[in-house]
Design a protein. Sequence first.
Length: 411
Amino acid sequence: MEFFHNPNIDWLGKKWYFLAFSLIFSVAGLLSMAFWHGIPLGVEFRGGTDAYVKFAQTPDLNKIRADLDRSGLKNPRIQQYGAATDNEVLISLPEVSKAGEAVDIEAGKNAVINALEASSPAAQSAQGKKDLNNSSVADVQDSLISKDPLHNGGDPKIYGDLARTIVDTRDKAAGGVLTSVDQIRVDPRIANALRDGFFISNFAVRNVEIVGPTVGKQLQHQAVLAVLYSLAGMLVYLWFRFELIYGAAAVVACFHDTLITVGAFSLVGKEISLTVIAAILTLVGYSMNDTIVVFDRIRENIKLMRRERLDVIVNRSINQTLSRTILTSGLTFLTVLSLFVFGGEVLHGFSFALVIGILIGTYSSIAVAAPMLVAYTDWRARRGARTVAMPAGGARKTQKAQDLRGVKARG
């Protein structure tokens, strides 16, 4: 299947436009990382605590920040995520423990809960009661056993089943946040026991992630090494398959793709998590594969079009592979775009990296790798090099040999 029949686009004639485009986005990303937003690392890399909190009403971010600050949780990063109607907030903290305390999931969760409850009228008027929206199955079970509203001797099995029903109702039917005990369809005696033992806040901490600073630094180091090793491996592979300049051009194109993708995350303020690193490594391979397809066609056409200039051969090769590029890249882009739109918040960073990376990876195969190959060949020619740019493996010929054949033919 072909979208174009014998296209004749002068891609190399537009190389200065391509260079300007790449410079604009690369420099914008670098400036954002250096001066504006920095590199927005996820909790896996920077260390600290991420608390995912759902509110019953539209959250007031300024009030949340003030509550956290009053409780000693300094420099929080607060942002809404998901649909606006979900009333969900991500609270990112550099640390939640005080000196000498162990950092664990419960410590982080309790620190955020205590900070948000400090200004809650429901919490202040409920001395000795627990928050039903932030209680576990075990908390509910223990409270019911101690009150024994069914007068069955505190049967742990019966009250355990009831506790799981109550928590499931909260998390599933009520969307994670109860506004009243009346939302729970249980025996009136159980409902009264819940009112006696619990109060209902306007929020629920749905999930907490904590990474220590030492582990975060190690993951940063390993993520950088993973990207660099992948680029080095690709360079060696293309060096043996083609020539060193082919490998260098492909690696520069991949580095260009990685820089623009990370810069895009910085510009929009999206966190770079481990799943984003996985997406970047995927894009390195994807972009490299697309570049190899173009280089393969260049190698074939060099043998068939011996008398043509290299820029003409490269243009012809890109045009010949254009339909294939649109088919493969276009279908892949539609897939990841669907993942970005419908995949939910958990996959948002991963799919965003793929959307940006596939567009830039396809572009760089045409607009970065191929022009770099031609530019290097022209530079060698200007320096007086006698070797014609040809792939390795027996196809290398020198200008001197061609001149000798011409002399013999005339003789």
